[in-house]
Design a protein around this ligand. Structure first.
Ligand SMILES: O=C[C@H](O)[C@@H](O)CC(=O)C(=O)O
Ligand SMILES: [Zn+2]
Length: 276
């Protein structure tokens, strides 16, 4: 498990490309046969990926969290972005097709990830946040999440948002999670952009062609920086930072948050004309 500490706005203004990437980009997340985690000190979110191939991968305990087991004091959200897979939670098996989401309760001990077909592996994107109580482990299929369509072709940001874990969806202590898919030809996400000082956010980009890229914008609204992000990579967005991106082709991404509230609409919008 890799650890990433906080950075102040002032510090970030002075960073060069590699410093920004070291702090805010997670490049190596989905690796066949492995489970990988990054512990971010923004709201103590753990960001991870599990790609089981032949045989299942167990969720192990990590000395860094000083717990008896991973979810002793934590909750977890998982979304599959690959082929069909299954997650076993204390003996109960949940089937996750692509874009299905599983919330796993605090207190669950034996968790393992598996693919149905080793030639078309599942790719599980994982977020975990500290949790003060148990909420039921709940599976939500993509079709069960009410889609919200935003943007338009005129502004190249036509996209569909699926909300899974949030105040009006799967119940959790603090985790918020969902995914957004751009319509072919649309390339802009989260524009107009926003900040939410009450919550950090992480984006995980997927379904981007391997020879394409996304110019991800971060930073204070009047002090933006960019990260060139490739398929299956994640970014960490501090609470004071915008998080928005423009792809060289269409793509999807998982957004997830931890912090003060689970109100999806808690965003302080930034006018496009005020961005610098
Ligand atoms: O706080 C919410 C998040 O930034 C995302 O849900 C935004 C998003 O998916 C989009 O506009 O496409
Ligand atoms: Zn946001």
């Amino acid at each position: 498990m890799i650890q990433r500490y906080h950075n102040s706005q002032k510090e970030v203004k002075g960073m060069n490309t590699s410093e920004l990437r070291e702090q805010f980009l997670i490049e190596d997340l989905m690796s066949e046969g492995e489970v990988k985690f990054t512990y971010s000190h923004y709201d103590r979110i753990i960001i991870g990926g599990a790609v089981p191939a032949n045989g299942s991968l167990a969720l192990e305990n990590y000395p860094m969290i000083k717990a008896d087991f991973f979810l002793e004091r934590r909750e977890m959200g998982v979304i599959n972005v690959g082929g069909a897979g299954k997650i076993t939670v204390d003996g109960k098996v949940y089937d996750l097709a692509k874009k299905d989401c599983l919330y796993i309760s605090r207190g669950c001990k034996d968790i393992s990830f598996a693919s149905i077909d080793a030639a078309d592996t599942a790719k599980f994107y994982i977020l975990s946040a500290p949790a003060h109580k148990e909420y039921p482990t709940t599976l939500m299929k993509e079709a069960e999440a009410t889609p919200v369509v935003l943007g338009s072709a005129d502004t190249s940001n036509h996209r569909t948002i699926h909300k899974y874990i949030y105040a009006d969806g799967i119940q959790s202590c603090q985790l918020v999670m969902g995914l957004t898919t751009l319509t072919t030809g649309s390339v802009w996400n989260t524009m107009p952009s926003h900040v939410h000082d009450r919550r950090m956010e992480a984006y995980f980009y997927f379904d981007l062609a391997s020879d394409q890229t996304i110019v991800h914008l971060m930073g204070e609204p009047q002090e933006t920086r960019h990260l060139l992000v490739h398929n299956n990579q994640a970014i960490i967005s501090p609470p004071w930072s915008i998080h928005s991106g423009c792809g060289t082709a269409s793509y999807s991404f998982i957004w997830g948050m931890g912090g003060e509230n689970q109100d999806y609409g808690d965003m302080d919008p930034v006018l496009i004309t005020e961005l610098k």
